[in-house]
Ligand binder design. Structure first.
Ligand SMILES: NC(=O)c1ccc[n+]([C@@H]2O[C@H](COP(=O)([O-])OP(=O)(O)OC[C@H]3O[C@@H](n4cnc5c(N)ncnc54)[C@H](O)[C@@H]3O)[C@@H](O)[C@H]2O)c1
Length: 276
């Protein structure tokens, strides 16, 4: 029960990494606020936690909306009285991404397969609107949630832990398309900046930079042509995708008092990707 008595807000908690963090945190004693764009997914996560004997509630939140982020905080405070932990797991890999819906992914991966053969086309065919959409969800969304949750944490005077979800793409240009790698690298810089700004009020801010983890987001890798698929895994010494629970364990450490001297850090559960 490493989070006994704590309240954790998890954006993007409806699926994948956010869901795994929510379920893990609830087992460790935290009360959970799930915030997600897709109500059905968010409510499913809440049901799974409450059915297992935990305590969770859902609030609709589009990560890019300042009003929704404020409403998320109001909901958390009126339901549980405080916020101790924030995980910003809401995110997209491309502009048409919708968690759980593979139709847009098929179009996307067909283009990606072409870009692997003709890399320059990725730059020439990029639409500014698509670039901005991914940047807005991944970067603005992280900033808005951190800004909204930091205010009550500071007011309560008990400190807190903010965990952003960056990626190996924060540091390696090959780990995603242009908008994705730019957004994740900015999330990593934002994390370091916030760590410095919030250290004096005892709020630790750290990032997780996962490798390729088995969620809807990476299911599209399975659609790559066989030789590309094998080449892809040759970059991962452990030769497999990670499990969402392996990211949740990392988040649990960062959320808990065991990480009391960690701030402005990025942890890479990535199966050895960065050993090259
Ligand atoms: N899966 C991986 O391999 C991997 C690796 C590195 C980083 N990440 C990052 O982890 C985060 C979660 O990805 P995932 O793999 O769990 O994907 P996922 O699709 O399983 O989950 C993403 C969740 O975010 C929600 N979401 C998307 N846009 C939103 C918005 N505008 N407002 C609120 N919620 C929104 C979705 O509804 C969904 O519940 C993303 O930021 C992703 O970039 C994932």
């Amino acid at each position: 029960m490493r989070l006994d008595g704590k309240v954790a807000v998890i954006t993007g908690g409806g699926n994948g990494l956010g869901k795994a963090c929510a379920q893990k945190f609830a087992k460790e004693g935290a009360s959970i606020v799930i915030a997600d764009l897709i109500d059905e997914l968010g409510e499913q996560t809440v049901d799974s936690i409450n059915t297992a004997g935990g305590e969770a509630t859902f609030v609709h939140c589009d990560a890019v909306s300042p009003l929704d982020n404020q409403a998320m905080v109001t909901h958390a405070l009126s339901t549980f009285g405080s916020i101790d932990v924030l995980v910003t797991a809401a995110g997209v890999s491309h502009s048409e991404y919708r968690s759980g819906d593979q139709e847009a992914d098929v179009k996307f991966i067909t283009r990606r397969a072409d870009y692997l053969e003709n890399p320059h086309k990725e730059l020439l065919e990029l639409e500014l609107e698509d670039f901005r959409k991914v940047m807005t969800i991944n970067l603005d969304g992280t900033l808005l949630a951190a800004q909204a949750c930091a205010a009550p944490m500071i007011e309560a005077g008990k400190g807190g832990s903010i965990i952003t979800i960056a990626s190996i793409a924060a540091k390696h240009p090959d780990a995603g398309p242009i908008p994705y790698v730019c957004s994740k690298s900015a999330v990593w810089m934002l994390t370091k900046k916030l760590a410095r700004l919030l250290a004096s009020v005892d709020i630790r801010v750290n990032a997780i930079g996962p490798g390729f983890i088995d969620t809807h987001m990476t299911s599209l890798i399975d659609l790559l042509p066989k030789e590309r698929f094998e080449q892809f895994f040759s970059n991962i010494p452990m030769n497999r995708k990670g499990l969402p629970s392996e990211i949740a364990n990392t988040a649990l450490f960062l959320a808990s008092d065991e990480a009391s001297y960690f701030t402005g850090e990025i942890l890479h559960p990535d199966g050895g990707y960065f050993t090259e």
